[in-house]
Design a binder for this molecule. Structure first.
Ligand code: SAM
Length: 253
C-alpha cells in the first residue's frame, strides 16, 4: 500500500500538518545547500506537494522556483494558497521533466518524496531526470525521514513501530500528529541510508555528503527565535536523535 497523494482528502490532511520540525531540522539545511547555486536563479522543487517549501524558499532567497508534482490536488492547494511571483507550479507525469532542457536549472531538492516511492528503480529514475536538468556544478539536496530513527517519538511525528527492524524497501507507516485531529497515517517505504549514496553515485553525482542534524546543531539564539515565532517549545527526542537525513550532492562540473 502506498499513500494516495492524488486524493483530495490526503492532500487536505497533509496541508493541516504543522511542519515546524521539518523546517527546523530539514528545510533550513536544504536552503543552506541551495544558497550555493552557481550562475542562474532557476531551481527545482521535485514533489512540491502543497507548495509550503517552494513558497518559503522564494520568500527567503532571490531564486525562481520550478515546483513540480504529479498530484493535481496538491497543486490546486499550492496555487490557491501559495501563489508567488517567483514560483512556477507544474504537473508532471511518469517522472519526466519534459518541459525542462538539459543543464537548465541551478539547484534542486526532493523533500519527502523518496520515502513515498515504492521502488528503488523509480527513485533512481527520478534522480537521473534531476541530474539531466541540473547545470554542471549545481547542488542537489534530498530530505527524507531518517531510516535509523524508526520507532522514536518526535514532537510532531513517529516513523515506524518501536522495536521493529525494517528491511530494505519494506512498507513502513508514519504517524503525523495533526492539531486537534486524529493522526494522519502515511504509508512509506524503508530505504537505508547507504541506498541514497549508491544511487546518487550511479547517476553521476559527486561530492556526496549526508547530514543528520539534531536540535543540538541549531544555535540556541536561533532556536529561541523559532520557538517565539511559532509559539512552540514542546520538543521531544529530536534533542538527541536526528528525525531526518539530508543528502547533499553536486552535478560534476
Ligand atoms: C510528503 S509530500 C511532500 C511535499 C513537499 N515536498 C513537502 O516537503 O512539504 C510528497 C509529495 O511528492 C509527490 N510525489 C511523490 N512521488 C512523485 C513523483 N514520482 N513525481 C512527482 N511527484 C511525486 C506527491 O504527490 C506529494 O505531493
Amino acid at each position: 500500500m502506498q499513500t494516495s497523494w492524488k486524493q483530495e482528502v490526503v492532500a487536505n490532511q497533509f496541508e493541516a500538518y504543522n511542519d515546524i520540525l521539518e523546517q527546523t531540522l530539514g528545510f533550513r539545511f536544504v536552503f543552506d545547500i541551495l544558497s550555493t547555486v552557481p550562475g542562474g536563479k532557476r531551481v527545482l522543487d521535485y514533489g512540491c506537494g502543497p507548495g509550503k517549501v517552494a513558497y518559503r524558499l522564494a520568500e527567503s532567497m532571490d531564486l525562481n522556483v520550478v515546483a513540480v508534482d504529479e498530484s493535481s490536488n496538491m497543486l490546486d492547494i499550492a496555487v490557491q494558497k501559495r501563489s508567488h511571483p517567483q514560483v512556477d507550479y507544474h504537473r508532471i507525469e511518469n517522472d519526466q521533466l519534459t518541459f525542462l532542457e538539459d543543464n537548465s536549472v541551478y539547484g534542486a531538492m526532493t523533500c519527502y518524496v523518496f520515502i513515498n516511492t515504492s521502488s528503488q528503480e523509480r527513485i533512481q529514475r527520478i534522480m537521473r531526470e534531476i541530474h539531466r536538468v541540473l547545470a554542471p556544478g549545481a547542488p542537489y539536496a534530498i530530505l527524507d525521514t531518517h531510516p535509523d530513527s524508526t520507532g522514536i517519538e518526535f514532537s510532531t511525528f513517529r516513523n515506524g513501530v518501536p522495536g521493529k527492524k525494517y528491511k530494505h524497501g519494506e512498507a513502513r507507516q508514519e504517524w503525523l500528529h495533526l492539531p486537534e485531529r486524529e493522526d494522519m497515517i502515511l504509508h512509506d517505504f524503508h530505504w537505508p541510508k547507504e541506498m541514497y549514496r549508491q544511487l546518487l553515485q550511479e547517476v553521476g553525482f559527486k561530492n556526496i555528503e549526508c547530514l543528520e542534524p539534531t536540535l543540538q546543531h541549531i544555535p540556541l539564539g536561533e532556536l529561541r527565535e523559532i520557538e517565539q515565532a511559532s509559539q512552540f517549545d514542546q520538543w521531544k527526542m529530536e534533542r538527541d536523535y536526528p528525525p531526518f537525513l539530508i543528502y547533499r550532492a553536486v552535478k560534476d562540473a
